[in-house]
Design a protein around this ligand. Structure first.
Ligand code: GTP
Ligand code: MG
Length: 204
């Protein structure tokens, strides 16, 4: 199955305000500025579908994009989430991130998978590991994608991948082996697509 057409559906400040859309959802999450919106554009071969910024904290709401399959039928939603862990954000705003993202994860019946983006130069930190544990606790299948791989040499990128694989090994089932990714070079996009298709077709 090939996906090509996609369109922006809307931005919602709380999950309770998302209209009943009745399609499977794939969430894209991770630290502020890690490249979540870029990943959506890269996967869909679009330059400006999701808004990208050099300033962290650009995405503050649940942004929904609907993706059609090659038969032109609406097949699923990508949900671009606001990022976490941006130090300059005041405590109140951090709390509102938590309320928004956790409210989404705990209440969406259609969430089929979570692509967790990690900057491969930073690696999987305790924040990510705790977040993965939280996702698995809520039975959300997770794919860790070590992104911005174009910023590292091949050897460095492979080291980062190995390190990440070690760190997630003990977290049990529900987590995919980490992959290397670059939105610029489109590294790993095919693997993400394969996983996304598997997830949206999973009836369980
Ligand atoms: P917030 O919504 O603010 O949390 O950010 P985000 O995670 O959506 O990141 P965004 O896609 O806006 O990208 C942040 C910056 O990283 C931009 O300057 C992008 O051009 C850059 N970027 C994203 N992905 C990649 C990548 O794979 N390689 C490189 N070199 N730069 C990237
Ligand atoms: Mg964003």
């Amino acid at each position: 199955m090939k996906f090509a057409q996609a369109r922006f559906v809307g931005s919602f400040p709380a999950y309770s305000q998302v209209p009943k859309l009745n399609l499977p959802e794939i969430a894209i999450g991770g630290r502020s500025n890690v490249g979540k919106s870029s990943l959506i554009n890269s996967l869909l071969n679009r330059k400006k579908l999701a808004q990208i910024s050099k300033t962290p904290g650009k995405t503050r709401m649940l942004n929904y994009f609907v993706v059609q399959n090659d038969a032109g039928k609406e097949a699923f939603h990508f949900v671009d989430l606001p990022g976490y862990g941006y130090a300059r954000v005041p405590a109140g705003e951090r709390q509102s991130w938590k309320t928004l993202v956790e409210g989404y994860i705990e209440n969406s019946a259609r969430l089929k998978g979570f692509v967790l983006l990690v900057d491969c130069r930073r690696g999987l930190q305790d924040t990510e590991l705790e977040f993965i544990e939280y996702l698995l606790l809520h039975k959300v299948k997770t794919l860790p994608a070590m992104t911005k791989a174009d910023k590292l040499s091949r050897v460095e990128a492979n080291d980062a991948l190995r390190e990440a694989a070690c760190r997630v090994k003990l977290l049990g089932s529900g987590i995919h082996h980490p992959i290397l990714h670059s939105s610029v070079k489109k590294t790993g996009n095919e693997m993400i697509w394969r996983w996304v298709i598997e997830r949206i077709n999973d009836e369980s």
